[in-house]
Write a protein that binds this ligand. Sequence first.
Ligand code: NI
Length: 258
Amino acid sequence: MEFVDTHAHLTDEAYNEDLIETLERAKSVGVTKIITMGDTVENSAASLRLAEEYSGIFAAVGVHPETAAEWDKNSAEKLYELAKSEKVVGIGEIGLDYYWEKDEEKKELQRKIFIEQLRLAKELNLPVCVHDRDAHGDTLKILKTEGKGVLGVCHCFSGSYEMAAELFKMDFYIGVDGPLTFKNAAKLPEILAKSPKDRVLLETDSPYLSPAPMRGKRNEPANIPHIAAKLAEIWNASVEEVAEITTGNAKRLYQKTA
Ligand code: NI
């Protein structure tokens, strides 16, 4: 069995003490590949350094909406340079976060840098990893217009089935992580039951969002099988089948991991 954790933050200080053991634990349960996300230009460079050091780690580079204020006139150029590496498999994580940001001017800045990074992805022919929190309408609108032709995933999907269906029409994927295993997972199990299986990616968002048995503790890529088990239950499939399908999906979207 082989899994890809398509969204983690391995540069987080939570792994300062035991990154090697964390990677070994992941490998021991079949998580052979991990994509670590950038959230600032500096952190994107650090993510790439980590990917260059470990064969099973790949990087995405990008500026997260929560750090939009750090964007300057050189950011796009710097990300472009980093993205030329063989180990950079996508642009992420990028997007909109209206949960943490209520200021209209700052939301406008988030939209501006989201659009700039979508252009970058198009130019580099790389997929995007999209963060959308409480910003479903604007995210979809921007992906359909400025992002037209770019492929990607809405990570930690929290929208409606109608939104998911719109994304599938655009050949987008949805990413599922720990919250699927929570008792208050709301509509997500229902949405996944109806979603085409070839559009779903597994991810942990480590060190955040630990799945049910570990909820509240530090998350890590080795927890992917807990999410896979829940998805297997929803799909009425075996965990092996879920591994095969989602790993195939991950390699189809993030081609440089294949
Ligand atoms: Ni994340």
